[in-house]
Design a protein. Sequence first.
Length: 533
Amino acid sequence: MTTTSRPIAGDTLRQWRLKAGVTLEAVTAELKARTDLAEADRPSRPTTVSNWETGLRATDLSVVEAFAEVLNLKAKYKLAMVGLWQGAQVSDGFPPRAQWSHNYPRRFRFPEEQAAWVWLRANADVRGELWARLSWGPLYRTFPMPRTAAGLLVQASLSAPNPPLVATFEDSEGHEVAEGGWCAFGSGTVHVDVMSEMGIEYYTAPKLAVERPDPPSLSAPEEFEKPHGSWLQVLRDTADDLDIDYDEAVLRHLGALTPGRPSHQIEESETVLVTPPVQTICDGDGLVDTQLLVEPAQLHLVRRARGMKNRETAAARASTTTFGKLKPITAKMIEHLERTGQRPSPDYSLARLDTTYQADGWLAATRTFDSRTQITQPGKSTRRRGKAPGPRRLHTVAFPAFWVGPIWLQPWHPDPDVEGEVSLEWDGWKREQRVRSRSLLTTRQAFKNSGKLSVTLPVGWHLVAGLGRVPEAGDVNVGWYPASTGKLLSLTGFYISLLGRNIRRVDDDDASVRADEGATRARGRRRSARKQS
């Protein structure tokens, strides 16, 4: 652990303990009596806990989770404390980079845990002005990066799994800075007092700007009004309740998402002409195979940076029921992997460790689908721009249910110079793209159990697919459009509510902003007037 991150990680423990009003002696006594901790991890005296808090001594994630329980924190604070402690150590295992992405988990059963945050810290070696750009779909906001070890943290009272939150480090002209800094994502609520004492600059529930100020409007609004008038009324009422301008913020954006009118039109110039992969290991046909994307020694650093000082902790977390009924990964397997680079034998072992270490696909590429060994289904013939319809082949790809993060696709034809059209459909969203044989495409599985991805290719083409962030892949995470009007309207309603609640709620402990009775009555009168008219 570096001299810069250990004190920050330790300070998170100290500030949360002081906020909870618990003494070193009380924490020591409680942890010493815990039978679920390894004997070597239990503190024998208060100075041990003090050394954790000052960064003089490292501890394990299992101890920090027990530490949070001893403080008797609410669920949202417990999540934040553990996540902040892990996030402080990101720079010890991951190199600085320009862009970081994250899909927040679905927690519909636990609304108090839906709060989310992102913690950004600048690379001290970068000269000149540095900015952080947070993008969520078409919305974004930029923040000036403080040049302090504590960085800045942005807190939102609600989160959703899709689209991903993308954090990009940029210079004053908006260009990406290759080694701009580090980013940690977490759930729960970071208390304002904790951030203040740690010296973290913070923002709460930011109003995001619209990246595309003039999206195409509906050419014929009545096409929605007739079959979906009741849905539109629900959207209008929801926006009105949240003081959102319906015509400006909602209606004019529906045109860009109209089903059957994808904003991403397929042009010959848009063909992905990616050269065959050169940074990754491929089979005889030039198709990506399962492999580590980092040096084995870095796995040791990543594991410790995520707070898993003990390999037993990492092995236990990579073998939980979250990953289904897969063969367990042992501490010995992890030790062998870190020394030799030889992957463990259990299925999806590299992807499971990547998930456990919250690496977002940067550690390994795992091939999970190969149509050359799968039974495929005939797809529908398609017609494009007046051309005769051609035969198609449908491939249904199921990624592991536990995976959240980047996935890759590699269409393949025996002739490396052949181009073809790829059609994608996933969870009610569609996208098309022209590619050259062996091109790599990447998008993201936004949440667990996302269902199957349907990939339609011309006859004669094959497909391999997998998990991880393959360096040469072209990003197709944007340009998707709803497969149906109903999908569009239901999603729009959900995100209007989400954005409105984020704007309206104030994260001042458990306080939230409530509209006064007069404003509520005024909205009711406007709604009644519309219904009567």
